[in-house]
Design a protein around this ligand. Structure first.
Ligand SMILES: Cc1ncc(COP(=O)(O)O)c(C=O)c1O
Length: 484
């Protein structure tokens, strides 16, 4: 007998007929794998036609659309216009190519729908496992802590926040920076990624408190200039507290002298943080590993599994040597997040104690699958292969009188240009033409005040033939535009 007023069982969002959904789901999976297997057959990038762009201004749909129609719409209006970073001719910015294994794991994670902010469940144990693997890779102690974040931009911000609380004490979380009366200053090379400056802004220091130290001829931080800047600041009454070493700069891939920076940080009592977005995972390659000597002495490392690690977006990571100091910067008691010794509310500390996110997806699973299925050595070998391709591109440029190499090749980034009178304008046009014709997708940057075509070889699908196609395209388009 049902109690009066008791609601009836109602519809849920699950299908009534699972078999229909299952058939379509299997087709989606087959199509997805077919697409990945045939990447080479399509251009690296196709500009979104105006009418397709305009079609995304449709009103919020109130009524249901059959799922197979939604899927067809995806195939027609969305999938063909991806940014192309899965394609072997994608060489722009710093973007990994992803793998089918990572995509499958992401699908499994989506079905689990885990909220990895906290509580006692398996997904969090997988994330803890990745943190231990990262600690092992970088020579950090077992007591290190780490969590997944969107990317290195936020990981750098977290490191800065940990260093701030460590320097000013727990009360500073309540009182703010100004209450300390200290003028805290931070240091990084002028080649740093813009997210370091942004982290200084977000953390309340202001970017004026960040000293952008000049680089030497190899684009590494100039140690003498760094020492002088620190001394100058101390003499002026400031308190230097944070030093960032680049394990691969965004423009040229230069790796700072991390060991020297670690010693300097120790002597000056600075928090030594590594921006390893681009290069830190090259530690997986025994051949490349020695170039990062000193990384194991850092207090924190920010890096991305979605770049050299080839994990599908997004999978940034922050690793902190001293887990307690890390927790001290973020953990906040709240009645609704009460920890217990048993039950689902057990397992403290939780990932939300180590960063600002409470709701967090299961980024660890695609990383765990990838590292297990390929093995770390295989990922390391792929990274070494990318660097070998970069050296091949470098040699080809040096051997071609119409081209000019603009920076030494430290890892996997090659900056070069077509020689011409109006070279900045011409090379920007060459890059855009290469993209629009779907030949290859390098990006551009400025090196020493000169516009460079920048090829960042971080996608595991790139082969020597793709390097050849890039070069042939640059020469052909460069010649046509220069004499056109
Ligand atoms: C050296 C460096 N630092 C930080 C970042 C920012 O990383 P993310 O895009 O994952 O936030 C990048 C991105 O390319 C980078 O190359």
């Amino acid at each position: 007998m049902s109690e009066p007023g008791r609601p009836q069982a109602g519809p849920t969002l699950d299908p009534e007929d699972w078999s229909e959904l299952r058939a379509l789901g299997h087709r989606m999976l087959d199509d997805m794998l077919d697409e990945m297997a045939r990447l080479r057959e399509r251009p690296v990038w196709t500009k979104l036609p105006d009418e397709v762009r305009a079609s995304f201004r449709e009103a919020l749909p109130q009524e249901p659309t059959p799922l197979d129609a939604v899927y067809r719409d995806f195939q027609r209006r969305i999938q063909p216009y991806s940014s192309g970073n899965t394609h072997p001719r994608f060489m722009g910015w710093v973007q990994g190519g992803g793998t089918a294994i990572g995509a499958l794991a992401e699908m499994l994670a989506a079905a689990m729908n885990s909220n990895c902010g906290g509580r006692d469940h398996g997904a969090i144990e997988v994330e803890r496992q990745i943190a231990r693997w990262a600690a092992e890779l970088f020579g950090f102690p077992e007591s290190a802590s780490g969590i997944f974040v969107t990317g290195t931009s936020i990981a750098n911000f977290i490191a800065l926040t940990v260093a701030r609380t460590d320097r000013l004490g727990a009360a500073s979380r309540r009182e703010g920076i100004a209450a300390s009366g200290q003028n805290l200053t931070a240091y990084v090379s002028a080649a740093a990624h813009g997210c370091i400056r942004q982290a200084m802004e977000l953390a309340g220091f202001g970017s004026d408190a960040l000293r952008m130290i000049p680089t030497d001829a190899t684009h590494r931080i100039d140690l003498a200039a760094l020492r002088e800047a620190i001394a100058r600041d101390r003499a002026a009454g400031a308190t230097p507290f944070f030093l960032v070493g680049n394990a691969g700069t965004v423009d040229t891939g230069a790796i700072d002298d991390l060991d020297a920076l670690a010693s300097l940080a120790r002597d000056e009592k600075l928090w030594f943080h590594i921006d390893g977005a681009l290069g830190a995972l090259a530690m997986l390659s025994p051949a490349l590993r020695p170039r990062f000597a000193g990384i194991e002495r850092a207090e924190s490392i920010a890096f991305d599994f979605h770049k050299f690690g080839q994990i599908p977006y997004d999978a940034g990571f922050i690793l902190v040597r001293d887990g307690e100091r890390h927790r001290a910067a973020f953990a906040s008691p709240a009645a609704y997040l009460r920890r217990e010794a048993r039950g689902l509310a057990g397992g403290s500390p939780w990932p939300c104690d180590f960063g600002p996110d409470l709701s967090r997806g299961f980024r660890a699973l695609k990383t765990w699958f990838t590292l297990k299925a390929y093995g770390a050595a295989c990922i390391g070998a792929e990274i070494a292969r990318s660097c070998e391709l970069a050296r091949y591109l470098e040699r080809s440029i040096v051997a071609e009188p119409r081209l000019e190499l603009l920076a030494p090749v430290a890892l996997n980034i090659v900056c070069f240009r077509y020689r011409a009178a109006d070279s900045d304008r011409l090379n920007a046009e060459i890059a855009a033409e290469l993209q629009e014709r779907g030949i290859a997708a390098p990006s551009t940057t400025t090196v020493g005040g000169r516009l460079a075509i920048r090829a960042c070889l971080i996608n595991h699908r790139i082969q020597p033939e793709d390097i050849d196609a890039l070069l042939a395209g640059v020469l052909k388009i460069g010649q046509a535009l220069d004499h056109g």
